[in-house]
Design a protein around this ligand. Structure first.
Ligand code: ADP
Ligand code: MG
Length: 731
C-alpha cells in the first residue's frame, strides 16, 4: 500500500497537462451546436409543429400527440445528421443524480429490415423500468412502473452519440419521483401569483419566471492520488488526514492564477458546455487549495437547473480526460473550506424586467419594494422548510463551520435597505395619510432607492440568504445539491405570500383605501411580521447563535432534524394548497432523505473501519516494531540502565503513545460496528437516521482524531495513504 502512495505521488507530480485544442476558439460559433433549440426547430419542424412547441415552451400549452410525432421526426433527423445512434429520456431522480436510459434509434420493420425509428409516443413518454430509484415507498417495487414524460420547456441536446430529452419522472399513480416535476409546478404557482400582484403596477405583463444563476464550487484531485485514497473514491471525502503545515492560511489561492493543468481542463469542459448551450461566464480559484468555481450567466430557472445538472456530469467526464477527479462533496477535507452552490435567484417579466431591481421612478420602486418585502416575508414564514430543502448529510459538515453560513436561517439586505424598511415601518400607519406625508414618503424614501443601492456595496459573506443589489443569493445550498430542491420551496413560499398580499391589498381597496396606500399598509405589516429574520451582523459568531435562539429562528445543525420540516403541518399546507407537492409526496421525500442519510453514514463507517483495521493499525504496529528493534539494540549496546534510559526514553514514550492510539482505534471501531448492528434493527429510516446521526457519526470523528495523531508519529515512508499536503498541492 505504501508503494501505491509513492507511485501515485510520482505520477501526479510528473503529470503533463493534457493539451486541449478547441476546434473553434469562437464561442459564438459553437454555442448551442448540440442543442435542438428554436433555430434548429425552425429548420427541422413544420410550421405547425414549431408553433406548437414554442407555445408549449412559452405558455405551457400541451402538445398534441399527432404533433409530437412530427416533432420526434424532426428531432430524429437532426440527431442522426449529427451522428446520434441512441436516444434517452434524461431526468433527475431523488437520489440527486441524473439518470439516462439509452435506446437505439435502430428498429426492425415488418420485413425484418433495419430502420431508424423514433416515434412521438417515445418522445412524449417512456417507462424506464426504474425500480431501483428511490421512491420513498410510493412505488411498490414489484409494480416498478415509473414514467418519464417530455418537458418541452427545456430543449433536447446531444451527449456524445445520444439524443437526450429532458423529462419529468412520475409514478404510475402520478406522484412525482423527481425534482423537476414539483419545480415546474412551483414556477407555475409563482408565475400566476406574481402576474396577479403586477396588475397593480403593470397590466401588460403576461408571464413572470424565476431566474437562477448558480455558482458551482468544486475540488480537483489528481486521479492517481484519488485512487490511492479509498475513502475519497468511495465516499467522496477524506475520512482521515492531518492538516497540512500550509493550507489556506495565507489565502493565496483565492483568485490566484489558475495552474496550467487545471486551466486546460476548464477550457475543455467550458467548450463542451458552450456546445450544449450552457452560458458559462466566470471561473476562478476559491479560497481553499485545489478548489475552484464556475458560474454561468443566469437563465430561466428550470433551464438553469438542467444546465447545472448537465455541467456537473460533463465536468466529471472531462476531468477524467485530464487525469483529475472532481469532488462535489460539501466538505471533502477537514479544516479546509467546503464547497457550496450559491443560488442567485430573482423574478423576471416576459418583457425582461427584473422584479428585484429598483427602477427609475417611484412607481417602479414601489413595485421593487413589493417583491423584495414579500420575498423576505416568505423566507421568514418558511425558513424552516427552506433549511430542510438544503439539508443533507454532507452539507452538515459545511454549514456552521465558520466558513459557510450557519445552519440558522436569516436574511441580509444591507444597512441601507434595512434603514429603508425601518423608515417605511415608522412612517406608514393604518390611518389615512395626508397628501404631504405621501409625497414625502415617495420622494424621501421610495424615489431614492436606486441611488442608495448604488452606494450600498457592503456584502455579508456570512449570511445564508443575502440580497445582492438585484437578486437574492441563497448561499447555504450545498455543492452536490440539485438546485431545484431549494427553489421548489422558495418559489412556492414567495407565490403563497404574493397571493396573500394580493388578497389583503384588495380587501383594503374594497373598503375604499386608495391603491398605493393599501399597498403601503400591507407592506408595513409584512415588514413588521418578518422583522426577526433580518440580520446584518456576523453569522459566524457565537453571539448570533444565542441571539437567533432568543429570536426563535430555525437552526438545524443536525440534518435529520431539518428533514422533519417536510412534515410540519405548515409545510404540507403550503405545498398542497399551491398544488406543488401532496402530503404523500412530501412524506416520500422525507423518507428518501433519511434513507440517503443512513446510507451515507453507513458507507463512511464501513470504509473507516476497514481502513483503520486493515491499513492504519498494521502500519502503526509495523512502526512500533521498528522502534522496538531499535530499543532492544540500544539495550544490548548500553547495559547500564541509566545510560540506556537516557537514550531510549523518548522511543519508549512513543511506543506507549502508539499503543494507546492503536488500542483506542481498535476499541472505537469495535463499538461503532456494534452500534451500527444494533441500529440496523430499526425498521424505519427516519428513526434510524436520527440514531445514526447521534450515535454513529461521533465515532467517525473520534476514530479519525486518533488516526490523525498516528499520522504525525509514524514514519512518513510507511504511511499508506496520500496525505493532505499531497492531495491538495500536487498538480
Ligand atoms: P459573486 O461571486 O460575487 O457572488 P458571481 O459573479 O460569481 O458573483 O455570480 C453571480 C451570479 O449571479 C451569476 O451566475 C449571475 O448570472 C447571477 N445573476 C445576476 N443577475 C441575476 C438575476 N437577475 N437573477 C438570477 N441570477 C442572477
Ligand atoms: Mg456568490
Amino acid at each position: 500500500m505504501a508503494h501505491l502512495r509513492f507511485k501515485a505521488i510520482e505520477e501526479a507530480v510528473n503529470r503533463i497537462p493534457v493539451q486541449f485544442e478547441a476546434t473553434s476558439n469562437r464561442i459564438s460559433e459553437v454555442f448551442g451546436v448540440n442543442v435542438f433549440d428554436r433555430q434548429k426547430m425552425k429548420r427541422y419542424l413544420s410550421r405547425e409543429a414549431y408553433d406548437s412547441v414554442v407555445s408549449a415552451m412559452d405558455e405551457g400549452r400541451r402538445i398534441d400527440r399527432k404533433i409530437a410525432g412530427q416533432v420526434a421526426a424532426g428531432m430524429k433527423a437532426w440527431a442522426i445528421e449529427k451522428g446520434a445512434t441512441h436516444y434517452s429520456h434524461w431526468f433527475h431522480p431523488l437520489n440527486g443524480a441524473t439518470a439516462e436510459k439509452h435506446d437505439a434509434f435502430f428498429a426492425l420493420d415488418k420485413n425484418g429490415e433495419a430502420i431508424e425509428s423514433f416515434s412521438g409516443d417515445f418522445l412524449v413518454q417512456q417507462e424506464p423500468d426504474a425500480s431501483s430509484f428511490p421512491s420513498g415507498g410510493i412505488r411498490n417495487t414489484f409494480e416498478a412502473r415509473g414514467y418519464s414524460a417530455w418537458d418541452p420547456t427545456s430543449p433536447a441536446f446531444l451527449l456524445e452519440h445520444t439524443l437526450c430529452i429532458p423529462t419529468i419522472f412520475v409514478s404510475y399513480t402520478g406522484e412525482a419521483l423527481d425534482f423537476k416535476t414539483p419545480h415546474l409546478k412551483s414556477l407555475n404557482a409563482l408565475d400566476k401569483a406574481a402576474v396577479s400582484v403586477l396588475s397593480y403596477f403593470d397590466k401588460d405583463v403576461n408571464k413572470v419566471f424565476a431566474t437562477l444563476g448558480w455558482e458551482q464550487e468544486y475540488f480537483l484531485v489528481d486521479e492517481s492520488l484519488f485512487n490511492a485514497r479509498p475513502d475519497l473514491a468511495l465516499s467522496g471525502r477524506t475520512l482521515m488526514g492531518h492538516a497540512a503545515a500550509k493550507d489556506q492560511q495565507l489565502e493565496d489561492h483565492y483568485f490566484g492564477s489558475i495552474p496550467e493543468r487545471v486551466s486546460a481542463f476548464m477550457r475543455n469542459f467550458e467548450m463542451e458546455a458552450y456546445k450544449l448551450g450552457i452560458p458559462v461566464k466566470t471561473r476562478h480559484n476559491e479560497v481553499a487549495p485545489n478548489q475552484f468555481e464556475c458560474a454561468p450567466i443566469f437563465e430561466e430557472a428550470n433551464l438553469a437547473v438542467d444546465h447545472n445538472q448537465l455541467i456537473m456530469s460533463l465536468m466529471e467526464r472531462i476531468a477524467r480526460r485530464h487525469k483529475f477527479r472532481v469532488l462535489y462533496h460539501e466538505k471533502p477535507f477537514k479544516g479546509i473550506n467546503g464547497s457550496g452552490k450559491h443560488n442567485n435567484w430573482s423574478m423576471m417579466t416576459d418583457s425582461g424586467v427584473n422584479l428585484l431591481s429598483p427602477g427609475g421612478t417611484p412607481k417602479n420602486n414601489l413595485q421593487f419594494l413589493t417583491f423584495l418585502v414579500n420575498t423576505i416575508k416568505a423566507v421568514h414564514d418558511y425558513s424552516a422548510l427552506l433549511l430542510g430543502s438544503i439539508a443533507s448529510e454532507p452539507n452538515t459538515h459545511r454549514l456552521g463551520a465558520h466558513e459557510a453560513p450557519p445552519a440558522i436561517m436569516s436574511v441580509f439586505i444591507g444597512k441601507t435597505l434595512n434603514s429603508v424598511l425601518d423608515d417605511l415601518e415608522q412612517r406608514i400607519s393604518d390611518r389615512k395619510m395626508t397628501p404631504d406625508e405621501k409625497t414625502e414618503l415617495k420622494l424621501d424614501i421610495i424615489g431614492k432607492i436606486p441611488e442608495i443601492l448604488l452606494d450600498n456595496t457592503d456584502r455579508n459573506r456570512t449570511s445564508p440568504f443575502a440580497f445582492t443589489g438585484n437578486r437574492f443569493e441563497f448561499r447555504a445550498v450545498g455543492s452536490s445539491a440539485n438546485c431545484a430542491s431549494p427553489l421548489i420551496v422558495l418559489n412556492t413560499a414567495v407565490a403563497d405570500q404574493l397571493n396573500k398580499f394580493k388578497v389583503d391589498v384588495d380587501k383594503l381597496i374594497e373598503k375604499g383605501v386608495k391603491k398605493d396606500e393599501a399597498i403601503f399598509q400591507c407592506l408595513r405589516k409584512a415588514i413588521i411580521d418578518s422583522k426577526k429574520i433580518r440580520f446584518e451582523g456576523n453569522g459566524y459568531s457565537q453571539e448570533w447563535i444565542e441571539e437567533a435562539g432568543e429570536r426563535g429562528l430555525s437552526n438545524f445543525p443536525d440534518a435529520t432534524e431539518a428533514f422533519k420540516t417536510f412534515l410540519y403541518p405548515s409545510s404540507i399546507k403550503l405545498m398542497d394548497e399551491n398544488k406543488v407537492l401532496s402530503e404523500r409526496e412530501l412524506e416520500a421525500r422525507f423518507d428518501i432523505r433519511n434513507e440517503i442519510f443512513v446510507k451515507k453514514v453507513q458507507i463512511e463507517a464501513r470504509i473507516l473501519g476497514d481502513l483503520a483495521i486493515n491499513h492504519i493499525i498494521p502500519t502503526a504496529i509495523a512502526y512500533q516494531n521498528v522502534i522496538i528493534t531499535n530499543v532492544r539494540g540500544l539495550k544490548e549496546l548500553f547495559p547500564d540502565k541509566k545510560e540506556f534510559l537516557s537514550m531510549a526514553e523518548n522511543q519508549i514514550e512513543t511506543l506507549k503513545k502508539l499503543s494507546e492510539h492503536i488500542e483506542a482505534v481498535r476499541e472505537l471501531v469495535r463499538v461503532m460496528d456494534e452500534t451500527r448492528k444494533e441500529l440496523n434493527l430499526i425498521d424505519e429510516f427516519p428513526k434510524r437516521a436520527q440514531e445514526y446521526s447521534k450515535r454513529v457519526k461521533p465515532f467517525l470523528e473520534e476514530i479519525r482524531d486518533h488516526i490523525d495523531k498516528l499520522e504525525l508519529i509514524v514514519d512518513d515512508e510507511m504511511w499508506p495513504l496520500p496525505k493532505y499536503r499531497e492531495l491538495l498541492f500536487v498538480r
